[in-house]
Design a protein around this ligand. Structure first.
Ligand code: NAD
Ligand code: TYD
Length: 357
């Protein structure tokens, strides 16, 4: 087999970080398949312009003919599947896209991979990997004193987003158990860092704060998430790809549970320090509690013992170091933020926030 991998969704937030990080430390060719939805952005890959190791292909994971062609042309030894609709609030407004990409798309990608894998020489079959990138949200919502999610927790997804990711995880699992395909699944907590689309909490806070807009906090702001800096997630995926046991699932998290309102305060305080408001007041003045998200999960937390023990992975960043880097990146890249705030982005803000009192 060639030294090539297919990465899907590699123009999105985590996928682009993964591709950039991968090519900073490996000469393996990356075939980056992304259909460039609103969340896909070629600017995230600007550092790779002219780099022959990066082959960008505009197309969807549900396009079976295209995907099969890529398999036979590039003979990859692995697929890393990031492609997805990823925003819970959008899944509440328009679930259909989530079913199409996250479920049907993953199914078609699996089918194309299975056909390719079946045709490999016996000696190469065991080396192939289909790594599916998923989320901790498939496990549902924890109560205050529940232990964090481990890989054996029951799946109890609560939003159309998490239900569609859960369905895709089940398909991946089934392709291992039924067909023997060498799959791996990772379930990660909330990521943050560069190239994060400003519909998600942390980049939305930074963009809104600087634009003198309200900082919308859903409900009482006491919902808890575990936060992991994106490059630590990418390192975890690389480690699972390299040494994970076939058919296994690995939870990836930062041991960093925080209430949303605390995140909001930290972001405001960092901005107060590095880009003080002209009137001398704190960005905290812009915090506004708004109507909660329907079915809002109260708490997510990850038990990352398995990946740490079996594969020796540990996050390099603490939340304190990661959030500083993130705020600094957004302050240094105002054009990136301006460019993604197109007409379509403004329509989304109107749709999501105008109905919240
Ligand atoms: P994102 O929304 O920023 O990016 C998704 C990318 O997939 C975009 O580039 C988009 O154009 C592309 N895409 C969408 N539909 C496609 C299709 N049918 N074919 C090809 N490309 C398509 O998402 P993200 O935050 O980077 O998340 C990536 C993956 O990681 C997702 O599977 C998500 O479920 C998972 N995940 C995300 C987080 C998080 O905190 N963001 C945490 C855990 C897991
Ligand atoms: P988000 O970044 O959308 O990620 P997810 O829903 O996948 O966890 O939201 C993170 C948390 O922040 C979640 O509990 C919802 C909350 N939130 C707000 O309070 N206000 C907002 O404007 C957004 C987008 C999210």
């Amino acid at each position: 087999m060639n030294k090539a991998i297919i990465v899907t969704g590699g123009a999105g937030f985590i996928g682009s970080n993964f591709v950039n990080d991968w090519l900073a430390q490996s000469d393996t060719t990356v075939i980056n398949l992304d259909c460039l939805t609103y969340a896909g952005n070629m600017e995230n890959l600007a550092a790779l312009e002219g780099d022959g190791r990066h082959v960008f292909v505009k197309g969807g994971i549900g396009d079976s003919a295209l995907v099969s062609e890529l398999f036979s042309k590039y003979q990859p030894y692995a697929v890393v599947n990031f492609a997805a609709e990823s925003h819970v609030d959008r899944s509440i407004h328009s679930p259909e896209d989530f079913i199409q990409t996250n479920i049907v798309g993953t199914f078609r990608l699996l089918e194309a991979a299975r056909t390719y894998w079946n045709g490999l020489p016996e000696s190469d079959k065991g080396d192939f990997r289909f790594l599916h990138v998923s989320t901790d949200e498939v496990y549902g919502s924890l109560k205050k004193n529940d232990p964090p999610f481990s890989e054996t927790n029951r799946y109890e997804p609560n939003s159309p987003y998490s239900a569609s990711k859960a369905a895709s995880d089940h398909l991946v699992r089934a392709y291992h158990h039924t067909y023997g395909m060498p799959v791996l699944t990772t379930n990660c907590s909330n990521n943050y860092g560069p190239f994060h689309f400003p519909e998600k909490l942390i980049p939305l806070l930074i963009a809104n704060a600087l634009a003198d807009k309200v900082l919308p906090v859903y409900g009482d702001g006491q919902q808890i998430r575990d936060w992991l800096y994106v490059s630590d997630h990418c390192a975890g995926i690389r480690r699972v790809l390299e040494a994970g046991r076939v058919g296994e699932t690995y939870n990836i998290g930062g041991w960093n549970e925080m209430a949303n309102i605390d995140i909001v305060h930290i972001v405001c305080d960092l901005l107060d320090e590095s880009r003080p408001r002209a009137d001398g007041k704190s960005y905290r003045e812009q915090i506004t509690f708004v109507t909660d998200r329907p079915g809002h999960d109260r708490r997510y937390a990850i038990d990352a013992t398995k990946i740490e023990r079996e594969l020796g992975w540990k996050p390099a960043e603490t939340f304190q170091t990661g959030i500083r880097k993130t705020v600094a990146w957004y302050l240094a890249n105002p054009e990136w933020v301006a460019n993604v705030q197109s007409g379509a982005y403004r329509d989304w803000l109107e749709k999501n926030y105008s109905e919240r009192s």
